[in-house]
Ligand binder design. Structure first.
Ligand code: TRP
Length: 338
């Protein structure tokens, strides 16, 4: 079976409120990887339902993530864009990998602990098993590289452990070296976008305050207003990076500016050091609109007629199946299914 050396797999959950953090931390990076890698970009609708989703919204949000990939610049003809539930290999491989992964490993997953919170008894079994589905996503394609943010690093390590244990458990049966170890691609420093209301919390889809995030469906006016109202401190911007210490809100806005302008935070401070927020914020709003409006505009256009998006997902899932199905067929053979 062919083993590519540069195959990227990544996914975004269609849980609505796609925001600036999703764009700068994930989707934007997907675009650059096309130059050097064969890329498979998934809309992970099966991960989304680990917490209840309104079915109508799920369908809308699934298309919206696909639209964001395309609008940001992923080439739907060259790369594979599809939604997870259309390719049965994900569910099938998850079951087999469930029997490889250990309960003790899953019990260490910090994201589950955070998401399940105090009411763990009432969390879905799917939420607990989420990292195994993610391992199946990656391993079904024998992907070699996975762009991940900080919060998914532990899940990727789990995928590596599962791959290794599968290879060991079935070494005598054709499993030796079957799954490659997927490598993380840690993206640039500016990937952590924090809430506009609280610089100590990540920008999040689920924050009850809409003012905490800039979404990819916001208008220019929305964006300007959210930045104008973003929480800050009364000091002017420092000229050196050191001066951002213990100023999480200032640090966040400078980080967003740097990421949007594609420069370092040092460079932003060189230009804007000494400025009051009353002048920095409008500059940031202009930049945000300049960078985001081509993407949000294209997304809105794509969402108006969903036949194109649906055809991309359809074609993508056929291409994804063509890659994943032989892998899963071989896995079934290795474990002894007839
Ligand atoms: N769990 C990831 C997230 O919420 C999404 C995801 C699902 C993913 N499967 C993946 C990311 C495989 C990378 C590779 O961000």
């Amino acid at each position: 079976m062919e083993q590519p050396t540069n195959r990227v797999f990544s996914g975004v959950q269609p849980t609505g409120n796609l925001h600036l953090g999703n764009y700068l931390g994930a989707i934007r990076n997907f675009v650059g990887l096309q130059e050097t890698h064969e890329c498979i970009y998934c809309v992970v609708d099966m991960h989304a339902i680990t917490a209840w989703q309104d079915p109508k919204e799920l369908a809308h949000n699934t298309r919206e993530v696909a639209a964001a990939y395309i609008a940001a610049g992923v080439d739907a003809d060259k790369q594979v864009i599809f939604n997870q539930s259309k390719v049965s290999a994900h569910a099938e491989l998850t079951w087999i990998l469930n029997c490889v992964a250990r309960i003790g490993w899953l019990n260490r997953m910090t994201q589950f602990k955070e998401k399940a919170g105090k009411n763990r008894e009432n969390a879905s079994v799917g939420l607990y098993d989420y990292p195994v589905l993610m391992a199946a996503d990656i391993l079904a394609y024998r992907a070699t590289h996975v762009p991940v943010g900080d919060d998914q690093k532990q899940h990727l390590e789990l995928a590596r452990d599962i791959a290794q244990k599968f290879n060991n458990d079935f070494a005598e049966f054709g499993g030796e070296d079957f799954f490659p170890q997927p490598e993380p691609l840690i993206m640039g420093a500016a990937t952590r976008v924090m809430s506009l209301r609280d610089g100590s919390k990540k920008m999040s889809k689920s924050d009850p305050s809409d003012m905490s995030r800039i979404t990819l469906t916001d208008t220019a006016d929305d964006i300007a207003k959210k930045i104008r109202k973003a929480r800050t401190d009364p000091e002017p911007l420092p000229s050196e990076l050191d001066g951002l210490k213990d100023r999480p809100e200032a640090d966040n806005l400078v980080g967003i500016y740097a990421a949007l302008a594609d420069v370092t935070k040092e460079a932003v401070l060189q230009e804007h050091g000494g400025s009051q927020f009353s002048s920095f914020k409008p500059a940031l709003a202009d930049l945000a609109n300049e960078r985001l409006s081509p993407i949000t505009g294209e997304m809105a256009r794509l969402m108006e007629d969903t036949t194109y998006i649906d055809s991309v997902l359809q074609k993508g899932s056929q291409r994804a199946s063509a890659i994943a199905q032989p892998v899963v067929a071989r896995v079934k053979e290795i474990v002894g299914f007839i």
